[in-house]
Design a protein around this ligand. Structure first.
Ligand code: NAP
Length: 548
């Protein structure tokens, strides 16, 4: 490696420390990026807002948080030793185990010595004269680095409802992302949950049996399917450990890097009996197979989608005793799988409990949060606790919360105001030497995320090695390569049913100013095609990029 630090010593007198690379975030992406860049012999600092590693698993400590991907497909794949050492206890591990795992990884690879915790990055400004990033924390401390890598997560900018009175409630209130580290006691409490996405579903089914009264405020119901979780037996553990190479090879072949892959048949190519039997089988199987391994046209053909949605609606009607409540829980405005499918364990049965009530916010909207509870258009409710499972300003929100300034002082937030513009979802023109792991427009946000994180990180590491070996100190995509990639992103979403539906995946968040227009934020071509494209760019000497 050329000695980047010498240049930077001259360049940034005002920065208190200088590094070759700064990584923002010590979640799965930041941890692995640190590990890989160390292998290049770089000096690195990771800034992490939290007081520990784990990112999403550090923050989301809400009751019921657990994997929706099979545990053994989710862990890091880069170390055989780690794979053999770690025993997952369940097919879909619960939050404490995942956080324990990530801490185990941090210890094993001595990652913490390069991570500065309790450090929120406020601004990052590119200095074109000396080609470095000037990074400022909210404490005012400044640091400089040649390369800036964001590992800030697609679902890390939590949002509270924009409702009057949110600050006025005198009981306990929590956003699920900001869940306290201390145990929360639900016994004897009257609890409200606002939100019925994947998070709300996990919370509701978990606390329903612990509270004295639970009121669920639902704006849009979701199509939820059984997780069918269970412990991993000793025999399964042995099989998993002996077949990791084949398992990871299989994950590389599927569009979302899950173990599930679409059935090659079309919905209408089989008889009604075969169809029903196939769907019954999927309903009884663990995990996302019902979404990812359904008939191949389920997410593109509206008729196929409607038929399968009807199958799930029948399941909901069978499981929920009160037919009025069942109808409230059946989505009417979007088809199955066009929004992220929450995986559940007894979610629908929770609504059969006498102390669980469902409020339809489309019929009776919340008017305000009061000092004692929630007022809707037709009732006043008193609570001891309000849980906001109200989600995130997804994918671009975490970028908006840091003031990134590129060449000429251009703000990334302004550049992306009408939607992100990127190259490979990993860079943006005018923001040299900045790399966005799990950024908008890359395959990772529609992926069993550690698998795509590893791909992103390996590619970024290859680029930095390439630049360093050849003495390049500055790289960025060309505007035309960026325009082509951004157009490609839009084209890939053509004909997909999800693109016509409001959700975080299409950039909608009614709690954030300006996030009411649907946008294509994700790469929809599948992880294998994305990986092939990234590999081709690299093997062509980083085609589409200006390296100096
Ligand atoms: P979400 O899917 O965006 O759900 C937010 C919920 O809050 C929705 O029901 C939304 O209603 C409601 N809401 C938001 N603002 C509201 C308001 N002002 N008034 C009333 N209701 C409001 O967020 P999430 O459930 O946190 O999940 C986000 C993503 O995190 C998931 O899709 C998934 O990718 C990931 N996740 C993963 C796991 C896992 O892997 N195990 C677990 C949990 C979450 P509308 O639908 O009407 O907007």
């Amino acid at each position: 490696m050329p000695d980047a630090t010498t240049d930077l010593a001259r360049a940034s007198d005002s920065a208190s420390h200088r590094y070759d690379a700064i990584i923002i975030g010590a979640g799965i992406a930041g941890m692995y990026q640190l590990y890989r860049l160390r292998q290049l012999g770089l000096s690195i600092c990771v800034f992490e807002t939290g007081s520990g590693v784990g990112g999403t698993w550090y923050w989301n400590r809400y009751p019921g948080a657990r994997f929706d991907s099979e545990s053994y497909t989710y862990g890091f794949s880069f170390s055989d030793e780690l794979l053999q050492e770690w025993n997952w206890s369940e097919h879909f591990a619960a939050h404490p185990e995942t956080l324990q795992y990530l801490n185990y990884v941090a210890n094993k690879f001595d990652l913490r010595r390069d991570i500065q915790f309790n450090s929120r990055v406020d601004t990052a400004t590119f200095d074109d004269t000396d080609m470095h990033w000037d990074v400022k924390l909210d404490t005012g401390e400044r640091f400089a680095a040649r390369f800036l890598i964001t590992a800030i997560g697609p679902l890390s900018a939590d949002t509270l409802p924009r409702l009057p009175g949110v600050e006025s409630f005198r009981g306990q209130s929590f956003h699920t992302y900001r869940w306290p580290h201390e145990p929360v006691d639900f016994a004897g409490k009257r609890v409200a949950v606002i939100g019925t996405g994947a998070t709300g579903v996990q919370v509701i089914q978990t606390i329903a049996h612990q509270v004295s009264q639970l009121t669920v405020f639902q704006r849009t119901p979701n199509w939820c399917t059984p997780l069918n979780n269970r412990p991993i037996t000793d025999d399964e553990q042995r099989k998993i450990k002996s077949s990791y190479p084949e398992l990871f090879e299989r994950l590389r072949q599927t569009p979302g890097c899950y173990i599930h892959d679409a059935d090659p048949r079309g919905t209408f190519e089989v008889t009604q009996e075969e169809r029903e039997a196939f769907w019954e089988q999927r309903y009884g199987e663990p995990g996302f197979g019902i979404w990812q391994a359904n008939f191949r046209d389920m997410l593109t053909d509206p008729k196929a989608n409607a038929l399968f949605s009807d199958f799930i609606a029948r399941k909901i009607r069978q499981r929920v005793q009160d037919s009025v409540v069942a109808e409230m829980l059946i989505p009417k405005c979007h088809g199955f799988g066009t929004r992220r499918v929450p995986q559940e364990t007894g979610y629908y049965e929770a609504f059969n409990l006498p102390h669980v009530k469902l409020v339809d916010l489309k019929a009776t909207p919340i008017e305000r949060i009061t000092e004692t509870g929630i007022r809707t258009s037709d009732a006043e409710y008193d609570f001891d606790m309000i849980i906001y499972a109200t989600g995130f300003d997804a994918i671009t929100g975490a970028f908006d919360r840091i003031d990134f300034r590129g060449t000429g002082g251009q703000r990334l937030k302004d550049k992306w105001a009408d939607g992100p513009k990127t190259y490979l979802g990993l860079q943006s023109a005018g923001f040299p030497n900045m790399l966005t792991i799990v950024g908008p427009h890359n395959a990772s946000t529609r992926c069993n995320i550690p698998r795509c994180i590893e791909q992103n990180v390996d590619w970024v590491t290859g680029l930095i090695r390439h630049a360093s070996d050849r003495g390049y100190t500055r790289f960025e995509p060309t505007p035309s390569a960026e325009a082509d990639w951004t157009r490609h992103i839009d084209e890939l979403a053509d004909g997909l049913l999800y693109a016509k539906i409001d959700s975080w995946a299409t950039g909608i968040n009614t709690n954030v100013e300006g996030k009411t227009v649907r946008r294509i934020l994700q790469y929809q071509g599948g992880a294998p095609a994305y990986r092939a494209r990234c590999d081709a760019v690299a093997s062509e000497g980083y085609a589409g990029m200006d390296l100096r």
